[in-house]
Design a protein. Structure first.
Length: 599
């Protein structure tokens, strides 16, 4: 073999091992870089050149510098981050929802309801006690204010959640733009002899981070680029294109701005299936505001409104058929009958059983919240110049054929009282000094809020009848009873009304229309229990996914991670090989000197 070949082989050895030392050095310097994949060199021998005489090989050359990755592991790692991101977002805010329904230390809604029912118990023991009536209304006020605070706490939770959705969309947009830019650099570099190894790592790291925020699916392209899309098929990145998420109309069912891509009309809020963004949307629109009519799951704000609605209706239905320490001379309903712009339409043209009542609707049109409870029945009124000289009148109520205006006209036609609209409410005034409700099988008085203790359409607006707070003699205590001779009598010592209020404690109701009849306390306990179960379920799922994520990350580290021990071993190996190639150069140089001396 000519000495020139020996020198060339030594040179190639020096270059190959020098490049390998560079790769090892690069690995060591990036040992703590997130998402970095170990790089290594692949060497190949250069075969002998055919010259007609036996000849050895011609040295070594680096055939490839590559990333040490397992693409299946990379995809599993990318996909697993989305579900973990969703659960972690839920876990951050669910404890605040749980705190709203806190029933510990006798400081929740259950204890306040019990105080209200206990006040009714005490009033039934001494119906002439003024303090008892004041205490009953005071406890009613405590219930209303606590429910208002619960609603405020729930809506206050949704505001930072919605703000975080905006921040998350901004983070998604930044990563999409970065992935697009790196994509273009990779495609350009693929046309050169320099493989884009570090760019591939950076892109994969960004894809993993994006997967934590939103569900992502990747499609490899022949030119080295990737296309990204959501599980619902919405394109996110493709060559020069990067999607841009914005907040705009239309509004969601819970009253927040929707999410659009590239200012298109389509709202994609419900087309996000995983990631932190999905977790935040679930919290805001399903866990808190969820309405079975729109998304099939009952949220806790919806349940609170349904629970409060049933409590309001049952309490008002009982109290509207009672008489206080004196018979009534006049009453005003606690419910407004519609928005000003909608007043004529609902009151004069729509039958009661066709009125749309949805207290969770952000576009609520002001229909009294309990109109859907009105039944075909009879309102019986006792009236007269004094409680000992009473006559009776009956008014038939049919919600299928009567509008609210028809009801007002029927009430006004009764000899018991006049009925007019006052500040968009029904106001009754006695025609003959006094009147009192004997019975109301239709529920129209409670639905109009006449003789009601609680007002307001939902938990946010729940209030206590201010007429009764101002004049506690209007608080219902007894019932007007029919004597053996057929006449009706008012007895200010009758306690049946207060007992009926107290009996609400044990009444079995179905506030959520699920067919599950139970007491108010049982239903509220079920709400609290299901919320606790949801939180525990999410925590367990998070723990399971974290273990899975840790396992996959460990597998990736075993395949692609940089081990300092291995790199130091390779460093010594390539260093020695480099030194040996240097020795070959020295040996060839000595041989060349000998040849020159011979000449």
């Amino acid at each position: 073999m000519p000495l020139a070949d020996v020198l060339n082989i030594a040179k190639l050895g020096l270059l190959a091992n020098q490049s390998s030392l560079k790769v090892v050095s690069h690995n060591i310097s990036n040992v703590n870089t997130p998402g970095y994949s170990k790089q290594n060199t692949r060497m190949g021998s250069i075969g002998a050149v055919t010259t007609g005489r036996p000849s050895g090989g011609m040295g070594v050359v680096i055939t490839q510098v590559r990333r040490q990755v397992d693409m299946l592991v990379e995809k599993r790692l990318s996909n697993s981050t989305s579900e973990l991101g969703r659960l972690e977002a839920r876990n951050r805010y669910l404890p605040f929802v749980e705190e709203t329904f806190n029933n510990m230390d006798n400081d929740g809604l259950t204890s306040r309801l019990e105080n209200f029912f206990s006040a009714a118990d005490q009033l039934s023991d001494n119906v002439t006690n003024t303090v008892g009536r004041v205490q009953l209304m005071g406890e009613a006020e405590n219930v209303s204010r606590f429910v208002n605070d619960m609603y405020s706490s729930m809506t206050e939770v949704t505001l930072p959640i919605d703000d975080e959705i905006t921040v998350t969309l901004d983070n998604i947009n930044k990563r999409l733009q970065s992935i697009r830019d790196i994509n273009l650099d990779i495609i350009k570099q693929e046309t050169t002899n320099t493989p884009p190894l570090d760019l591939l790592d950076q892109r994969q790291q960004l894809i993993n981070e994006l997967g934590d925020l939103i569900d992502v699916r990747t499609v490899e392209q022949n030119n080295g680029g990737v296309s990204l899309m959501t599980s619902s098929g919405k394109l996110l990145v493709d060559y020069t294109y990067a999607a841009h998420f914005t907040r705009d109309q239309p509004m969601t069912d819970s009253g927040f701005m929707g999410i659009r891509i590239d200012d298109r009309v389509e709202d994609v809020t419900n087309l996000v299936f995983n990631g932190e963004l999905k977790g935040l949307i679930e919290l805001r629109d399903t866990v808190v505001h969820g309405n079975p009519a729109t998304n099939g799951e009952s949220g806790w704000l919806y349940r609170l409104n349904a629970f409060v609605g049933e409590l309001r209706w049952q309490t008002n239905l009982v109290h509207s058929q009672t008489v206080g320490a004196k018979m009534q001379t006049g009453q005003t309903g606690v419910f407004q009958l519609g928005d000003t712009t909608d007043l004529a339409g609902d009151i004069y043209t729509t039958f009661i059983d066709q009125l749309v009542v949805d207290v969770n609707d952000s576009n609520y049109n002001g229909v009294p919240p309990d109109m859907d409870h009105v039944q075909n029945g009879t309102l019986t009124i006792a009236y007269g110049p004094d409680p000992d000289n009473l006559s009776v009148d009956s008014i038939n109520i049919n919600p299928a054929t009567m509008t609210i205006e028809d009801v007002r006209a029927a009430l006004d036609a009764s000899p018991a009282f006049s009925a007019v609209y006052d500040s968009n409410r029904v106001k009754l005034t006695a025609q003959d000094t006094y009147y009192g409700v004997v019975s109301d099988t239709s529920g129209i008085m409670a639905a109009l809020g006449i003789g009601a203790i609680f007002g307001g359409r939902n938990a946010m607006e729940m209030s206590t009848n201010q007429e009764m707070i101002a004049d506690n003699r209007m608080v219902g205590i007894g019932h007007i009873v029919q004597a053996d001779d057929g006449t009706y009598q008012f007895d200010d010592g009758n306690n049946q009304g207060a007992l009926a209020m107290s009996n609400l404690r044990s009444m079995r109701v179905d506030p959520f229309s699920t067919g599950d009849n139970a007491t108010f306390a049982s239903h509220y306990g079920q709400i609290v229990g299901e919320l606790g179960s949801l939180i525990m379920q999410d925590k367990n799922s998070t723990t399971s996914l974290e273990i899975q994520q840790e396992f996959i990350t460990g597998v990736r580290e075993s395949v692609s991670g940089v081990s300092l021990e291995e790199e130091l071993t390779d460093l010594i190996k390539f260093q020695r090989a480099f030194q040996a190639s240097g020795k070959m150069v020295g040996a060839a140089d000595e041989l060349m000197q000998s040849v020159l001396q011979m000449l």
